[in-house]
Design a protein around this ligand. Sequence first.
Ligand code: B3K
Ligand code: ZN
Length: 878
Amino acid sequence: MKDSSPSAIYLKDYTVPDFLIDKTELTFELEEANVLVTSRLHMRRNALSSDKVASLVLDGGDEMKLIGVAIDNVSLSADEYQITNQSLEIFSAPNEFVLTCETLVEPQNNTRLEGLYRSSSMFCTQCEAEGFRHITYYLDRPDVMSVFTTTIIGDEEKYPVMLSNGNEVERGKTEDGKTVVTWHDPFKKPAYLFALVAGNLAVQDDVFKTKSGRVVTLRIFTEHHNLEKVDYAMGALKRSMKWDEDVYGREYDLDIFMVVAVDDFNMGAMENKGLNIFNSSCLLASPETTTDDAYLRIEAIVAHEYFHNWSGNRVTCRDWFQLSLKEGFTVFRDQTFSSDMHSETVKRVEDVSFLRTAQFAEDAGPMAHPVRPESFIEISNFYTLTVYEKGSEIVRMIYTLLGEQAFRKGSDLYFDRHDGQAVTCDDFVAAMEDASGVDLSQFKRWYSQAGTPELLFESKYSVTDKTLKLVVKQTTPPTPGQESKLPLHIPIKLGLISKDGNELESTYSGETAQEHVLHLKSEEATFEFSGVDSEPVPSILRGFSAPVKYEYAYSTEELLLLMSSDSDGFNRWNAAQQLAVRELKSLIHQIKNGEPLADQSDLVKGFKSLLLNEELDPAMVALILELPSQAYLSELEKEIDPHAIHSALTHLTKVIANALKEEFSATYMNNVESTVYEPNAIQIAKRALKNIALHYWVESDDVTALESLNEQFSNSDNMTDQYAALSIAVEAGVEKADVMLATFYDQWLHESLVVNKWLTLSASQENVDGLKRVEELMSHPAFDIKNPNKVRAVLGGMGRSVQVFHKEDGSGYRYLADQIIYLNKRNPQLASRICTPLTRWKKYKSSLGDLMKLELERIQKEDLSKDVYEVITKSLNG
Ligand code: B3K
Ligand code: ZN
């Protein structure tokens, strides 16, 4: 596994492939001990390549055994080719030929979960980004697109279901009674979109009629005991198909669309052409076992993978540096879809909250990289929040700059112009420019410049002229490898609110309106608004119109005004967040300095009026009541003291809880639902409000709250409420929390996905001796180190516990490092992901940061996979 000195590859070195593969014919003979893969590749030299005599270099790892290789049916002798641990080189190849390769792989020993592997008794694949090369030798790069025909041969009893991309075109029997199935995908695609599944699976069928009247068969496959949990995903799929027709004019293109749920999966899901493969946690749902959040996530991921059929599959990436071309755009599409299905404001708040917490932290850390990276050692490390979430923000800004209609023209042009091609982020922007006439040349810096821009706003109102001058300055802090930054083109959506809470009209750039989009392009600019009747409070960056940090010296009164009166829902929430952040920051400061804690009354005042106003949308109230998270506050701090942040949060929660206990208990009672559970927006909002009210109420000194907590835990008919009760018990540290956890496990031990939630909560308990508990969980019968969901559940849970993970003796960090070292060999992708908390070591107070660094150095001494090597090296040097 060790690559002695893993080296980086660079975008600037991109060249077209020397060979192309027009047709790919694959045969898989499935056996228990191994699988024989035969490939017949119809190849030719690429006329666009400058090297007309290049040798043929195919990608392929040393975990495959090469049985034979032939050109035009003539076997090659040993001196005609060479294999290394990552390639097969054929020294001399004709201009056009059929290459046949036989390889033997052992899916049951594939713990990396890349390529062909086994999950329970089934066979499945994961090929993005570079997994196909673990199945057979190939030109495993996205700009090599080919038409695939796949034949699978297997024992009917063990593998009654055998699937691959496209349509089933043939089915028969071999002489020894095995089933032979052939699939053909008429659309050419890169190897990363290849998929194969074989197993004893149950299926649910449905149909979707496209807008042009074609009937598409929809099939969701799961293990038999999970079949009753696919209805919701099926509905989500149909809603997605309809939405993509209505909003983007994109129809599905094959006659069948299949989805398979798999338990052992490194990430959420994969958009293989016509055969999506899902982590079962992102597909299976039932009211008893699935929370509201998970329902929404399932809907979003089903949509995301489906939308990839156009943004990713029909038009794909030229190289992996362009990953955001498909991911950023597809995240934007799934976010808009969810927003259309539910509430626009709630969705935006959730997305921005996530972006500001996690992506901003990435952008400020050693792994910071542009949305289109310039280089990488291991591409798997670049499926990041920057590529996905910031990438989506870039597309959203283009949408804001172009407007709905021109944006749609741009996406139509992009899809039409590049259908069947592998293209770049520049091609995407060019289509948007060509369709709209908007100049995006400066805007494109967003793709190449890392780091989160910071804006500083100052305003000056003149009563005599009725004008407002708004001065804005932008800077972007240095990031590894990018010391100095150029000014970006930043769209700033802005409104003005009068002191009595009304929207004010103003004239800007010849246009009179209540809202304007300003284009900030230079380091500093002054925007002037006339006809402003009274001194306004500016509502800046409405809907979070750009992924930036910003400052404006609002008074507390101004924030309270925005919180109650801004017509922009996002900014109402944001004003409340800013108030909470201010109070928490001063508490953190006082705790760090051993000062007495000051009274926190502004937020209490704001929350009280929220709770008493029955007109408000419960979803918004619930969002506003949620204090900024430990992770978000960490991102905002210059030097992180996790214990001080935790104490501040605990303190403020108690202050609010005690001050408003009557309001919380009343809100709880008013929102108890008596109708049958449904994961719809209205019910979800009520449950969210009810459960956050319950949380505060339990945190107060009113012991009667515990009765409601127990009652809800024991008698809920849905997982949202039961799990909320359990989480509250754990977080508030109520006496019965351990008993409740044990009861919950006994109730759900046969539901693996629910057990994962139990693992997370159990590991997240705040307790100075909590590491022992984590160790017990890792050797619990319900734990399985081979299953990434379980690993993430326990380690993710542990990471949330400040007392366990950040224990001053460094035992939490050491434990995580031990797991990284162990997983580095087995599953490098997973190992590299779980490094993240340690990579932030520089931002922690030195007594903790130094201990984290020691662990990084200890990991660095190991024989590392490329994945872990890259993250650890960059963290230590970055
Ligand atoms: N495209 C896949 C991600 C593949 C990750 C490979 N390490 C899922 C998605 O974004 O839709
Ligand atoms: Zn995606």
